[in-house]
Each structure stands twice: as C-alpha cells, then as structure tokens.
Design a protein around this ligand. Structure first.
Ligand SMILES: Cc1cc2nc3c(=O)[nH]c(=O)nc-3n(C[C@H](O)[C@H](O)[C@H](O)COP(=O)(O)OP(=O)(O)OC[C@H]3O[C@@H](n4cnc5c(N)ncnc54)[C@H](O)[C@@H]3O)c2cc1C
Length: 598
C-alpha cells in the first residue's frame, strides 16, 4: 500500500523563500492582509484533508469505478467519494480562493494550487469532481451575466453544485471548429440545446445536488468553423429564480467510458435533447469565454501530474531504502544485512532524483504561474496586470505539457524502482502510471500545447513574450554571475538563454517558408523551453539554499536542494542539446515518408 506525506516544507520554501508571495501579493487590495502564517496553516489543514480523507479512497476508487444506472441515467461514484466530498464542502475548501462577494474566502489562487497539488497526489480521480468546478466558476465569474453570477456562483463557491466543461463531440476533439451541437433561441431569451458530447469528466455523479454544464454549441446563424461557437450554461436540474431547484433538464448521461486510468472519475457521454440553457458572453464568442476555463484547466492538469510525481517519488524513495538486492559496486554498505538496499545503486538514485527534480521544478513553476494569475486579476498597476497575463499565457502550455510529460516519465521511473512489484497492483505504482497517462492527452494534447507555444505564443508575437521571460533570466545571470558557487547553475542557464534566440529565429524563418517546419519542431521546442524555465527556477532555488548555508544554516533541506539542482543541471538539463538537434532536423524526414507510412 502506498503512503503520502504532504510536502509542506517544500511548499513553504517555494512560496516564502523563493517567490516571496506575501510581498508580491500584498500590494493587491484583496490580499493586503495575507501573511505567511495564514498560508502555512491553511496548507497544513489542507494536507490533513488530502492525506486523511482523499488518499485512503484512491486505490478502492480505482478498483470500484463508477456505475451508470441506465434507467435513471444516474451515476454512482465509488464508495466513500460522496462522503469525502461532503467533508470537503463542510470544511469550506471549495471557497478557498473564490470571490468573497459570492461567499468565497478570497485567498490567493496560489494557495488553492498548493492545496490542489496535495489533492492530486492523494486522489486524482476524486479531485477532478471539485477541480472542474473551479474552471466553471472562473469562466462564469469572467463572462457570466449578473443573473447567472447571482444564481450560480454562490453554489459553485460553496461546492453545493459542481461544474463541467462540455466541448468534445464524437467527431470533434482537437478541432472544435467541427462542432455540431445546436442551440435554438426561444421566445423567453433561453435556448434549447441538442447534440451529443463525449468524454465529459464528472459529467454525471451523485456527489452534489446539481451539475452546472458549460456547453459549446452553434446558433442557427453561426458562421462555420471556430468563429461560430457560442457558450451556454446548462444545469442538470433547472434553477428557479430564487435559487431553488426545479425539475430535470433535458441533459443526461448516456454512457460511461471504460478507461486506462482515473477509474473513480465518471467520464460521461452526455446527451442533450432540447436542454434549456442560457448564453454565456456574446453569441459566436464562446471559445474566448471557454478559454478562461480551459486555461485554468491547463494549469490544473499540470498540477495533476505534479501531484502524481510527488506521491510516486515519495513511495519509490521509501521502497528503495527498504528493498535489499545485490551489493553496492563500491563495496558493502549494509554489513548487518544480506544485501544492500537498492538505493546504493547509481541508476536507482538517478530514477529517484529525476522524479524529485521534476516535482520540485514543477512546484516552483506552478506556484510562480499561480502568482502571475493572482497579479493578473488583482494587481493595482495596469502594466503589471498586462505583463503578468502575457507571461502566464506563455507559460501555460509549458505547465500543461512539460509537467505532464515529466509526470508520466517520473511515474514510470518510480514504478521501475519497484522492479516486478511495480507491475503488481497492491503497491499502487501501476495506478500512478495509468492515472498519469491521461494528463498528456486531455485539455488539448501535448502536441497541441506545443503548437500553441511555438506557433501562437512565441512566433505569433515575434518572440516578444519569450523576450520578457529572457529578461528575468538576464537579471538573474547578472545578479548571480559573479558568484563562483553559482557558476554550475548559472552558466548552463545563460548558455541556453543565448542559444534560444537563434534557435527560435531559425525555426521561425523555416516555418515562414514551410509551416510544417513549425509542426515538426514544436514538441522538441516546448521541451527546450520547459528546461529553460526549470533551469531558471532551479538556479533561483540553488541561490536561496547557498545563501542560507553561507549564513550558517545547517538544515539538511538546503543541502538537499543544492544536490537536486546539481543533479538537474548535470543529468536532465543537457537533454536540450539533443532536442535542439532533433528540432533542427526539420520536417522533410517526417513529411517525405509516404513510402514508409504507406
Ligand atoms: C478521460 C478523458 C476525460 C476528458 N474530459 C473532457 C472534458 O471534461 N470535457 C471535454 O470537452 N473533453 C474532455 N476530454 C476530451 C479530450 O480533451 C480530447 O480527447 C482531446 O482534446 C483530444 O481530442 P480527440 O480525442 O478527439 O483526439 P483528436 O483530436 O482526434 O487527435 C488525435 C491525434 O491527432 C493529433 N492532432 C490533432 N490535430 C493536430 C494538429 N493540428 N497537429 C498535430 N497533431 C494533431 C492529436 O494531438 C492526437 O495525437 C476527455 C478525454 C478523456 C479521454
């Protein structure tokens, strides 16, 4: 049986020692009173909920799965899920970072992200039920009418109702322009919506009194393609003007998918049969409105993999200290034992350190991105708000794709640490691998994220956003370049920063002549960009650790930080050289292959 300990010390390090979140956010009026003690206390309690309530349901939820009653169309979630959700609601957890105007506690988004990392470690499938509600909340908060906000936001905030995002249809996943679901305007200003959605996470369940579906559909006069998509709010139960529930709406679950992982989460086929909905935002501008939810979800999916990386690492580390096999190459280490623990073997350590580095780099990047969102929403200076939004837009596809690719690799490596036992269910490692796999696929596949990064976010604005991030690196290099002890971290980072401009320009130039060049380079490019960002945070973390040690700290935490950063720069970061080479190999070796792929 796996175990889980919330990584509170590392969260505190990132939040308070590296990012100084309280100083960063105190200037934002809603967070003027925020202090480190409050954040730490909330996370400590959140960790208790994650480890004590959600984690014990992870293996049983996976084994039991969800069951659809085909006559009532109701879905029963695994035993204990509903009660755990009620405990979550009673504890006020859904409201953590919601707007006080709707009953929220108004804490910064970054605190919620840390709480969610722990929930994801504990039980990704369970966490998706409340997790999607946050995206629906954000979307309605940004684009809902005053009536929609008044009726729905308090219930999403309290957690009495949950939310979904209904984009995908059988013939349309990545290409939403192919969407067919129809919305017919009614005389009373509402719409009747008809169509079929598939793969809808938490689309039907027994955990909350109502489900608020955010549905993409086409109006009768809609232009073809993605410019003709509108967004509608479609509740499972009608909602009366006073907020009370009416009868069932014309939307139901027609089937549940049988999946590789996240068995405890209901992935529903949703049938809309003249369901009554109301328009969210402007007609034909549904995708822009939905992007609020999708961007929140993309950070959320990166966070899912961060959580899995952490829990897989913790368990593999404990196993590697306990499992005795063979002797160390440099001589017996455990003289009183029949063999040495496998942690003495260099490659076992490499697998463990890879997972640790992916978790710690991912945590720093996610917390930084969450602070950017807090500043985008609440900073008093308009320029800071705009800059934060721009940087967050650049980092979002990296968070989604780099963290989820790393998360899957980390889960596989941690499984490998267990040898054959990693393949056996009772150890829990194969579940982490299965659960981690979906994160690379949904919410825009990782290929699509890489095209978004290279095509839209980098080349689309002539590298302007990337230059802003490069400035941060430049500043760090300037500050730390004189410090000899930082050379092992700063030199490779500065080197990659310099190469990045030429690398990007080269792909941009080739892409200008042949767009397939961008498609051929994008996945490699995103990984290089991921390492550039991770390198920046590892250098910052190393700098904090070195300063603490120089000031006399003997806390082994800082030594561990330095060792992990050293490992990262020596063993993982150099992957960028190969990636740049393969990206430069161009599109011809892929596209001129009709015979090979005949
Ligand atoms: C468990 C699960 C939960 C989900 N939850 C939700 C949900 O809550 N709401 C929702 O709306 N959807 C949900 N989805 C759908 C998910 O977002 C889609 O499956 C995903 O976006 C990919 O779409 P697709 O499956 O149709 O694949 P396709 O779009 O058919 O893509 C197939 C392959 O082609 C590649 N490809 C497509 N276009 C391009 C291109 N232009 N360039 C390069 N490669 C390309 C893709 O990367 C992929 O590898 C979920 C899916 C699953 C499996």
């Amino acid at each position: 049986m796996p175990s889980y300990t919330p990584p509170l010390r590392d969260m505190q390090f990132v939040l308070h020692e590296v990012l100084n979140v309280t100083d960063e956010l105190k200037v934002c009026p809603p967070h003027a009173e925020i202090d480190a003690d409050t954040i730490n206390a909330v996370l400590e309690e959140g960790g208790k909920f994650a480890a004590g309530v959600a984690f014990p349901l992870n293996i049983s939820g996976d084994a039991e799965g969800c069951v659809l009653d085909k006559t009532t169309h109701e879905v029963r979630t695994p035993s204990g899920f509903k009660a755990a959700y009620q405990t979550y609601v009673d504890g006020g957890w859904p409201a953590l970072s919601c707007d006080p105007e709707y009953g929220g506690q108004g804490l910064p988004f970054v605190v919620n992200q840390c709480f969610y990392e722990m929930l994801n470690s504990a039980n990704q499938a369970w966490t998706m039920y409340p997790g999607l509600s946050h995206g629906a909340y954000e979307c309605l908060h940004a684009h809902g009418s005053p009536e929609q906000k008044a009726l729905y936001l308090p219930k999403l905030t309290s957690g009495e109702w949950t939310g979904t995002m209904c984009l995908t249809e059988p013939h349309c996943g990545t290409d939403l322009g192919l969407l067919r679901t129809k919305a017919e305007p009614q005389a009373d200003g509402s719409y009747r919506i008809t169509g079929q959605k598939i793969f809808i996470s938490a689309g039907e369940h027994d955990m909350a009194a109502n489900i608020v579906h955010l549905v993409l559909a086409r109006l009768p006069d809609a232009p073809k393609g993605s410019k003709g998509i509108s967004l509608f709010l479609v509740p499972k139960f009608h909602v009366n003007a006073d907020g009370s529930l009416g009868g069932r709406n014309g939307i139901h679950c027609g089937g549940l998918e049988h999946k590789m992982g996240i068995h405890g989460n209901a992935t529903a086929q949703m049938v809309l049969d003249g369901a009554v909905g109301t328009l969210v935002g402007q007609p034909h501008k549904g995708l822009q409105a939905m992007f609020v939810m999708m961007n929140a979800a993309r950070l959320g999916v990166g966070n899912q993999s961060l959580g899995l990386t952490e829990v897989a690492f913790q368990n593999a580390l404990a196993y590697a200290k306990d499992r005795l096999q063979m002797r160390s190459l440099t001589g017996t280490k455990a003289k009183d034992k029949e063999a040495d623990p496998i942690i003495v073997h260099p490659d076992v350590r490499k697998m463990l350190l890879t997972a640790k580095a992916y978790a710690e780099g991912g945590r720093a990047l996610l917390c930084y991105s969450a602070v950017l969102l807090d500043k985008e929403l609440h900073h008093p200076d308009e320029k800071v708000r705009a800059d934060s939004a721009e940087l967050l837009a650049l980092l979002t596809p990296i968070v989604k794709a780099f963290l989820t690719d790393n998360g899957f690799n980390a889960a596989v490596m941690c499984q490998q640490v267990y040898g054959g036992h990693g393949f056996i269910k009772e150890w829990g490692m194969e579940q982490f691998v299965r659960d981690a796999r979906i994160n690379m696929i949904y919410e825009g596949t990782n290929t699509v994220q890489s095209l978004d990064l290279l095509g839209r976010k980098v080349l689309g604005n002539n590298g302007a956003s990337l230059k802003k991030f490069a400035k941060l690196i430049g500043r760090l290099v300037e500050e730390e370049g004189v410090n000899e002890k930082m050379a092992e971290f700063i030199n490779p980072l500065a080197g990659l920063g310099e190469q990045m401009t030429k690398f990007t320009t080269e792909i941009g130039f080739k892409g200008f002549q042949n767009p397939d060049e961008v498609g051929a380079a994008a996945v490699d490019y995103l990984r290089v960009a991921g390492h550039l960002v991770f390198g920046y945070f590892f250098a910052r973390m190393a700098s904090v650790a070195l300063k603490q040690i120089a000031a006399g700290s003997t806390d082994p935490f800082y030594t561990a930080k330095l060792q992990t950063a050293r490992f990262y720069f020596a063993k993982l970061f150099p992957e960028t050289a190969t990636l740049m080479r393969t990206a430069r190999a161009g599109s011809r070796v892929l596209m001129d292959t009709d015979a090979a792929l005949a």
